[in-house]
Write a protein that binds this ligand. Structure first.
Ligand code: PGA
Length: 265
């Protein structure tokens, strides 16, 4: 099945609003050349408004890097999905390994966040059936550590993350995007080989089929993330199972990011 390719840039805790605006304007100049590849930029919260200003009216979508599972309330320092929607975001990264590792996010917490994002998405679609378009697309990250891979536990770990993450959704997660991001490849300059990525993606799609049924599993895009750059992107995208990339470091360099997007065509 043909799935639309997607390249998302995860800017992590980088960029001031003024730098983010500049970078987003520079990338947006190339927006007409991106289709059919879908592009999402995920700046830090404080740069969301600046990036929105630059990409509004183009095909580039805005995403956030995290959200709380509640809609509002006494959660100092947190941001909810509806706040993100109100700021121009239509996507959100959930369960990134840096959040799992440094901020103690568990599979169970990630499950709550995914439910909240997908529920918000469904609510938006119901409220606006006329102009259906994705509203709160979660980019659900999972992947094994180096130790887990060396101990032959890769598949066991990603299956657990997938199953708990998607537990009890109660509705079709047709807007879900998955990012397979082996932790050992993130920010290390060592990317998974196209074969390793493809093998993990195929496994995840098989498991997805048993969780949500095959037609839906065929629709869900699975991105690869971990040291993707303009040099290795082509070989990764040549794999049928790789539907795009979640790019960290290389997404902060306009030229490199644009080259990666073009490789996805
Ligand atoms: P990287 O990060 O491309 O810098 O390895 C990817 C990610 O963390 O999403």
């Amino acid at each position: 099945m043909k799935r639309l390719r997607l390249v998302a840039g995860n800017w992590k805790m980088n960029t001031t609003p003024s730098f983010a605006r500049e970078l987003a304007y520079a990338i947006a100049r190339y927006a007409p050349e991106f289709p059919p590849v879908e592009v999402i930029l995920c700046p830090p919260f404080t740069s969301i408004a600046a990036v929105w200003e630059a990409i509004k009216g183009t095909t580039i979508r805005l995403g956030a890097q995290n959200m709380h599972f509640e809609n509002e309330g006494p959660f100092t320092g947190e941001i909810s999905g509806s706040m993100l929607l109100g700021s121009g975001c239509s996507a959100v990264i959930i369960g990134h390994s840096e959040r799992r590792r440094h901020f103690g996010e568990t599979d169970q917490l990630i499950n709550k966040k995914l439910k909240a994002a997908l529920l918000l998405n469904t609510a938006c679609i119901l409220a606006d059936e006329e102009s259906y378009h994705p509203r709160a697309t979660p980019i659900f990250c999972l992947g094994e550590t180096l130790e887990e891979r060396q101990n032959g536990k890769t598949f066991e770990i990603i299956e657990r993350q997938l199953k708990i993450g998607l537990d009890g959704l109660g509705f079709d997660p047709d807007q879900l995007i998955i990012a397979y991001e082996p932790v050992w490849a993130i920010g290390t300059g060592v990317n998974a080989t196209p074969q390793q990525a493809s093998e993990a993606h195929r496994f995840l799609r098989e498991k997805l089929s048993s969780l949500v049924g095959s037609p839906l599993a065929q629709k869900i895009r699975i991105l690869y993330g971990g040291s993707v750059n303009a040099e290795n992107a082509g070989a990764l995208f040549a794999e049928e199972e790789v539907d795009g990339a979640l790019v960290g470091g290389a997404s902060l360099k306009m030229d490199e990011f644009v080259r990666i997007v073009k490789k996805a065509k």
